[in-house]
Design a protein around this ligand. Structure first.
Ligand SMILES: [Zn+2]
Ligand SMILES: [Zn+2]
Length: 355
């Protein structure tokens, strides 16, 4: 077994848009936790927002702070009482660790843990309220670690976090076999939704977005793509669906236009899944459409109980995650990596850090 050092390199957020790679202590696993050597950690849109101070005082609650929440690695040490994992296991980590006792946790909806609104350390949202994985090592409760097969690289493993969210979206806002689907926002979650909705039997998937991501959407199975800057996007969807609208539409862009778009794009009695966060703006919406046409509107938060099945879907070749990793950077170049992702250079879908 390799010796575990006492200090490690980590990207530490000291202020808004001020992240520095420096030497910090290696965390020690508590009872029920594992120490994991980070194999790869993806940069997410939320990371850019956290770094800019968009969630000041909440995500993170205080500075300095280590971000990073889409990751996997190799177990190198175990805290007391761990039975389900061994040193050497390859794992990916969830972010939400619920208190396990509140009514939501008991219902299995630990992404909605009641303790989340308090500062009680019984609830943790890693990379948001508790230390993340832009570092060489991280500790996590084993209940939120999942084994991955040898055939999956850690770079691909870094996609599982968002992929599991896409799976949660399909469970919340279900696609029936034969359905027509629209996905607004072909970012990482949107591009996985294209594949997942096809996997569960959608016969036609229309993607609304822009630039090279539309090409990627086509490569991953989209039947039609629409540039959102062209006139009357909803009219185009209606034209493609015999003026009926799609059965199911997902909003993954986090923009007011896209929210209005999905509500308008579904047929009467259709289903709408809201996955994106708009964050700073109010969205004006004609809610009569929802009422008079009996629409189902679902909010989708995180990925409770979805990792094991998403890992199986990758294993079965139903979802291609390898194509979604655009660039890989060493930890020391994390600021450059953030820049590449911020500018979506070369249509970057996911930029991954490999410590
Ligand atoms: Zn994320
Ligand atoms: Zn709870």
């Amino acid at each position: 077994m390799t010796e575990i050092p006492s200090t490690m390199r980590a990207a530490v957020t000291h202020g808004w848009n001020d992240m520095r790679v420096e030497e910090v202590p290696v965390p020690v696993p508590e009872p029920g936790e594992a120490l994991v050597r980070v194999g790869a950690c993806g940069i997410c849109g939320t990371d850019l927002k956290i770094l800019s101070g968009a969630y000041e005082g909440v995500w993170p609650p205080s500075l300095p702070f280590i971000q990073g929440h889409e990751w996997g690695g190799t177990v190198v040490a175990l805290g007391e009482g761990v039975k389900s994992l061994n040193v050497g296991d390859r794992v990916v980590a969830e972010n939400h660790s619920g208190c396990g006792e509140c009514i939501m946790c008991r219902r299995g909806r630990y992404n909605l843990c009641e303790v989340a609104r308090t500062r009680d350390p019984a609830y943790k949202l890693y990379g948001h309220t508790a230390p993340g994985a832009f570092a060489e090592y991280a500790t996590r409760p084993v209940k939120i670690l999942h084994k991955i097969p040898e055939t999956l690289s850690f770079e691909e493993g870094a996609i599982i976090n968002q992929g599991s969210m896409a799976l949660h979206a399909v469970r919340r806002c279900p696609v029936e076999p034969g359905d027509w689907v629209a996905v607004f926002g072909p970012g990482l979650v949107g591009l996985i939704l294209v594949q997942l909705t096809k996997a569960v039997g959608a016969t036609r998937v229309i993607v609304v977005g822009r630039g090279p991501r539309l090409e990627m959407a086509r490569e991953l199975g989209a039947d039609e793509v629409i540039d959102y800057t062209t006139p009357d996007v909803v009219g185009q969807i209606r034209e493609l669906t015999g003026d009926r609208g799609v059965d199911c539409a997902y909003e993954c862009a986090g923009s007011p236009d896209a929210v209005r778009g999905v509500v308008s794009a579904v047929r009467r009695g259709g289903r709408v899944g809201l996955v994106g966060l708009v964050v700073t703006e109010d969205v004006t919406l004609r809610t009569d459409r929802i009422v008079l046409d009996d629409l189902d509107v679902y909010g989708v938060r995180s990925s409770p109980n979805a990792y094991p099945e998403f890992i199986k879907l990758i294993g079965a070749g139903k979802v291609n995650v390898g194509k979604l990793v655009s660039r890989v950077f060493p930890l020391e170049e994390i600021n450059q990596a953030f820049e590449v992702f911020r500018k979506r250079e070369g249509g970057a879908i996911r930029v991954v850090i490999k410590p």
